[in-house]
Design a protein. Structure first.
Length: 241
């Protein structure tokens, strides 16, 4: 379970960094959530920066220590967190999809992203810090192709209510870590490229095809023009959404 302890901060460099510091000092336990109104140096996948208007969006991290996963199974955490965001948005009648591996899109616009940092021990994953950025009330994203709950519905939202909705959905799904095929099926059901074509590129060439599958460690395989491409790891391929 997550959310039994919630620490709210007005400003922090990175909620993931702050969570890691508290964990290293044994000041927080499994399930603690760190929420920041303003995150100065939020980080995303591929070393990107997560930009967010202070007070308008959710930027938070949480600690998992009560997990029983081998290193080869760690992609299940990406699946779990992605589906929890999808289900949360569905609570607000927003139909969202996953861009592999764990960016969340509505149409062609990004609404959420995450950064998962795992600590590995001799017996598998010792702990995991999952950081999430979810656009809620921000409507001006400049030149970024992004959206938010408010942009989609025209309504203002209470950030804590949206956070608690995510916490409920994550806790509801947490037991599925032990049922990998069920978790994978839910992930694939919302993955861009499974039910429709997707444009992707690698080695300087662009293709249009479909997702064939995701392997145990999270690598993606695609098909285009009757040929199979992959499996690809995160930095080996890019998608054009």
């Amino acid at each position: 379970m997550i959310g039994q302890k919630l620490i709210s901060l007005s400003v922090v460099d990175s909620t993931n960094n702050y969570t890691a510091k508290l964990h290293s000092r044994d000041e927080i336990d499994h399930g603690a959530v760190i929420l920041a109104e303003n995150q100065l140096n939020g980080r995303g996948q591929r070393g990107t920066e997560w930009q967010s208007e202070p007070g308008n969006n959710l930027t938070f991290s949480f600690l998992l220590t009560e997990i029983n996963l081998s290193v080869l199974d760690q992609f299940r955490l990406n699946q779990l967190a992605s589906i929890a965001i999808i289900n949360t948005l569905d609570n607000y009648d927003i139909d969202a999809y996953i861009k592999w591996p764990n960016d969340i899109y509505v149409g062609r616009e990004k609404i959420a992203g995450m950064l998962i940092e795992n600590s590995i021990g001799s017996e598998g994953i010792k702990s995991s810090i999952i950081g999430i950025g979810l656009n809620v009330n921000q409507v001006d994203f400049g030149e970024l192709s992004a959206t938010s709950l408010k942009s989609q519905t025209g309504k203002d939202y209470n950030l804590h209510e949206v956070l608690f909705s995510f916490i409920f959905n994550f806790n509801d799904l947490f037991q599925k870590l032990d049922t990998p095929q069920i978790l994978l099926n839910e992930y694939l059901n919302k993955l861009i490229g499974v039910k429709s074509n997707v444009a992707f590129s690698y080695n300087g060439m662009q293709y249009i095809g479909n997702v064939k599958g995701i392997d145990k460690i999270g690598r993606i395989t695609l098909t285009a023009d009757g040929l199979e491409h992959g499996p690809f790891s995160l930095k080996e391929i890019s998608f054009v959404i």
